[in-house]
Design a protein around this ligand. Structure first.
Ligand code: HEC
Ligand code: HEC
Length: 348
């Protein structure tokens, strides 16, 4: 219902800015790929697709940013999305397991929010589809922010600055649907591209050092990384068992609990590698502290188990090659236009 009411006020700003931006796209295309006031994707990345029922606007993105940084979305007002997905820490948080309200810890490492706009499925096991669907999960999760949706709506409604913004953006009071849409619209602006790798690919032969170029050749060749870390976002959007944590007593079985396919035992989503230098520790269980450890893991062929992906096998890499490969990850995939967002002033 709210969508029908809202269509006219929302379409105006994005049509205007599309024209201002000089984009030559038909109005029909606009309804699917409405760019609105969202910033254009950096070089090397495709345009972001915004869902038809959640076109971006500057006001909506700003509201989403405030919600993202607001600890009042947690039961004890201590934890916000940014606690675990901190812009200063690669939109992850450098802890093995993120700590939620009351000091509670889960069993998985916080993935980065960078470029999640491009992901078909969210979470290590892909249990959420859209970012809208994902956003309400942590608010309700007892070990993350621990509020019921009615409680979250009630808390925000009591803050006049939010009440007004929801009216302006959605033409409604605070709703959980609006919370999810605003946060997702903000997340779709957290993009990292235009890295040395992209500039090198576009023809700037000085963008990567010689050693990083050797590392890039290994990445796409002998080291076989691009079998899964492929495309502009360095992921195939697939799930693979690369043998992480499979030797522990009660391994996290990952994707199989969602897909129920036996072959998915121990499989996790292939993560992006953009800004990978900033998001240690690594893997779904945060068990690998450095990129050196990650490369050792792949070099030895992971940890053997009965559903290990067939693309994981012993790589015969010498010390020099390992160094070059790591350098490519660090130097090649870190952008000088890293999307550092500062915490906004929160509404009263
Ligand atoms: C207490 C720490 C914590 C808080 C708070 C938190 N997250 Fe997360 N987030 C995680 C962890 C851990 C995962 C991975 C969980 C899994 O895969 O099972 C995750 C996953 C995600 C993902 C999926 C990323 C991917 O690559 O699959 C997104 C997007 C995300 N969170 C956004 C948010 C937003 C938005 C908020 C605030 C509403 C939030 N998170 C609050 C820890 C947190
Ligand atoms: C068979 C597919 C596959 C191949 C081949 C592969 N990866 Fe991965 N990669 C994954 C998956 C899946 C994960 C997450 C696994 C987990 O957490 O259990 C991952 C995780 C990572 C991570 C950690 C990312 C993070 O945010 O925690 C890095 C770094 C990485 N891979 C680099 C590489 C490099 C370098 C190579 C080549 C030597 C490579 N990968 C080869 C699928 C693959």
């Amino acid at each position: 219902m709210s969508d029908r009411l809202l269509a006219p006020p929302r379409s105006a700003p994005f049509r205007r800015s599309a024209l201002v931006g000089g984009a030559l796209i038909s109005l029909a295309a606009l309804t699917v790929y409405a760019q609105g006031d969202a910033p254009p994707a950096p070089k090397g990345l495709p345009p972001v697709k915004h869902p038809k029922d959640n076109p971006p606007s500057a006001a909506k993105i700003e509201l989403g940013k405030q919600l993202y940084f607001d600890p009042r979305l947690s039961r004890d007002n201590t934890v916000s999305c940014a606690t675990c997905h901190d812009p200063e820490k690669g939109y992850s948080n450098n802890d093995q397991f993120a700590t939620g309200v009351g000091g509670k810890k889960g069993g998985r490492n916080s993935p980065t929010v960078i470029n999640t706009a491009y992901q078909k499925l969210q979470f290590w096991d892909g249990r959420a589809g859209t970012l809208e669907e994902q956003a309400l999960g942590p608010i309700q999760n007892p070990i993350e922010m621990n509020l019921t949706l009615p409680e979250a709506v009630e808390k925000l409604t009591a803050i006049p600055g939010y009440k007004k913004q929801f009216q302006d953006v959605f033409g409604t009071d605070v709703t959980s649907d609006g919370i999810a849409k605003a946060i997702a619209a903000f997340e779709r602006t957290i993009l990292s591209g235009d890295a040395p790798y992209d500039r090198f690919k576009a023809g700037d032969k000085d963008a990567l050092s010689e050693a990083a170029q050797r590392g890039m050749k290994l990445f796409f060749g002998k080291a076989h990384c691009s079998a899964c870390h492929t495309g502009p976002n360095f992921t195939d959007d697939g799930f693979h068992n690369i043998g992480v944590g499979m030797d522990s007593k009660e391994p996290d079985l990952g994707r199989v609990s969602i897909s129920k396919l036996a072959g998915d035992k121990g499989a996790f989503k292939t993560p992006t590698l953009r800004e990978i230098a900033k998001t240690a520790p690594y893997m779904h269980d945060g068990s690998q502290k450095t990129l050196e450890e990650v490369v050792e893991h792949y070099a030895k062929g992971g940890v053997k188990n009965d559903t290990l992906d067939e693309e994981i096998y012993e790589l015969k890499l010498n010390a020099e090659e390992k160094k070059d490969l790591i350098l490519f990850l660090k130097e090649g995939l870190s952008s000088s236009s890293y999307p550092l967002v500062k915490a906004p002033e929160l509404p009263k």
